[in-house]
Design a protein around this ligand. Structure first.
Ligand SMILES: Cc1cc2nc3c(=O)[nH]c(=O)nc-3n(C[C@H](O)[C@H](O)[C@H](O)COP(=O)(O)OP(=O)(O)OC[C@H]3O[C@@H](n4cnc5c(N)ncnc54)[C@H](O)[C@@H]3O)c2cc1C
Length: 450
């Protein structure tokens, strides 16, 4: 249906011409002889989720991906569908406590010291959001997207048979430090109104529940209803499913710019030619801000580097995913492999593997697990998460644009929030009643500084 410009044959330049934006759009449609309803930029978990729910409403969808599907942050992350993670990073006191931890060298957070105005602005916004009011509002919004996603995953996986080693066994938040373990009670109290609180597990009960934990562990909080999946498998099988639903995927197809008329995007220019659609969704993860620069959309999405090590399962492999609290490292077991992942490094788009950061993952595992590493390393991985300063994703229409939508900024929760994001985007593009309140996710919130 679309212009089929993957072969670069349509090189004619769109002049933007005269007439109303509607007339210009229809001229462009004729010129290209083909048309699709929605183009999605970015083939990560968010792009695929948007494609899924858009095609389900009968729309014709194209995904443009600069590399290959799932090659960004969605590839080898920890795979948690972490519904109870409703507290934003920008909680009251977060700035002071992280600065203290950074000074002590115990923080998983690292900030490359470089004068970067955008990053500085991001941190100022982050600091401004570390207040009680935002905490409550963000918890409500995050809970709505996370709850909806869990329901949608359950339905989606049973209906489509997507293969991703999905397991819903719960998650352990594991502590070595007694005081920190007890302090978690305060966090847990905040989760009670949402029905997302955990149970404390100590002593023999803990080692019965998770025999892979080492003797130095003090206790854990058990979040029973969490799930986990293998993200690379999810993306592979979802991509296959979408192709059977006539979603067209163009890999190695980098979006370079937009042609516009009035408040409408009229074409998308790529290294493989020009593409046309009635609407466009930017789901380009951490790269979204750069893409939108020419359109006057202010999107404070910063890349934050994270690492993972994937290995064969150790002999005493955990049965449950474990969040190793003091180290901020997640250990995720699947039937096929075992992964350690974490760290939050603000270093721009430098995707080099820092050996010290990788060593820290192993060090953390040794502190908490009896058999911390598998016999053979399968993959060392780094990518960048798309972080917003208020720790809420951006989902909805781009301010100032009629047919441009944003689905980005999912930070540490892109896997967890993907289905709700896709569904909400499909509802907003199709002008249907949204199933969750879209207001907290609107990009309009970045029009003001605070
Ligand atoms: C170590 C680590 C562990 C994590 N663990 C979890 C977890 O347990 N649970 C969870 O929910 N989340 C987790 N996350 C976060 C999660 O991985 C991200 O939130 C999520 O993958 C973001 O998805 P996305 O589709 O927005 O971005 P991406 O997966 O990065 O996809 C964006 C895509 O856009 C493409 N693109 C960019 N620019 C262009 C362009 N100009 N033209 C065409 N294509 C373009 C990119 O190539 C990329 O493929 C983790 C992240 C890391 C790093």
């Amino acid at each position: 249906m679309l212009n089929g410009s993957a072969d670069g044959s349509h090189t004619e330049s769109h002049k933007g011409g005269g007439g109303t934006p509607k007339q210009q759009h229809s001229q462009a449609r004729q010129r290209y002889r083909a048309f699709c309803d929605v183009i999605i930029i970015g083939g990560g978990v968010i792009g695929l989720a948007c494609a899924h729910f858009l095609q389900a409403t009968g729309m014709q969808v194209i995904i443009l991906e600069k590399d290959s599907i799932g090659s960004g942050a969605s590839h080898a992350n920890c795979g948690l569908v972490y519904t109870s993670d409703i507290l934003p990073l920008c909680a009251p006191g977060a700035v002071t406590s992280e600065i203290l931890r950074m000074i002590k060298g115990s923080s998983p957070l690292s900030i490359e010291p470089r004068l970067d105005i955008a990053r500085l602005g991001w941190f100022l916004r982050f600091a401004a959001k570390c207040n009680r009011w935002h905490l409550q509002a963000a918890m409500r919004a995050r809970a709505s997207a996370l709850n909806s996603s869990m329901e949608l995953y359950t339905h989606l996986l049973s209906k489509t048979g997507l293969e991703c080693e999905w397991q819903r066994k719960g998650l352990l938040i594991v502590f070595r430090d007694q005081t920190r373990f007890h302090n978690y009670q305060r966090t847990n109290n905040l989760l009670i109104p949402y029905g997302m609180d955990a149970e404390p597990v100590l002593g023999k009960d803990l080692f019965r529940l998770e025999p892979a934990l080492g003797g130095d562990v003090y206790g854990a909080w058990f979040h029973r209803s969490e799930a986990h999946l293998r993200p690379d498998l999810l993306l592979e099988s979802w991509q296959g499913f979408l192709k059977t639903r006539k979603v067209r995927i163009f890999e190695n197809c980098k979006v370079e710019g937009f042609e516009k008329a009035g408040e409408k995007i009229t074409a998308i220019t790529t290294n493989k030619g020009r593409f046309l659609a009635a609407s466009c969704v930017v789901a380009a993860g951490a790269w979204s801000r750069g893409l939108l620069k020419g359109l006057g959309v202010n999107l404070p999405v910063e890349p934050a580097k994270g690492y993972s090590l994937t290995m064969q399962r150790p002999v005493k492999c955990p049965g449950l995913p474990c969040y190793l609290f003091e180290s901020n490292v997640v250990a995720t077991p699947w039937p096929s492999c075992f992964r350690l992942g974490g760290t939050l490094e603000f270093a721009g788009f430098d995707l080099s593997l820092n050996p010290r950061r990788l060593a820290n993952l192993k060090k953390a595992a040794r502190l908490y697990l009896r058999d911390p590493l598998g016999p053979r390393l399968k993959e060392q991985w780094v990518s960048v998460r798309p972080m917003t300063p208020d720790d809420l994703p951006v989902i909805g229409r781009a301010p100032g644009w009629e047919n441009l939508f944003l689905a980005t900024g999912h930070g540490m929760l892109g896997i967890s929030m993907a289905p709700a994001t896709g569904k909400l985007i499909a509802e907003l593009v199709g002008e249907q009643r949204p199933h969750i309140d879209p207001e907290p996710f609107s990009a309009k919130r970045f029009r003001t500084f605070y």
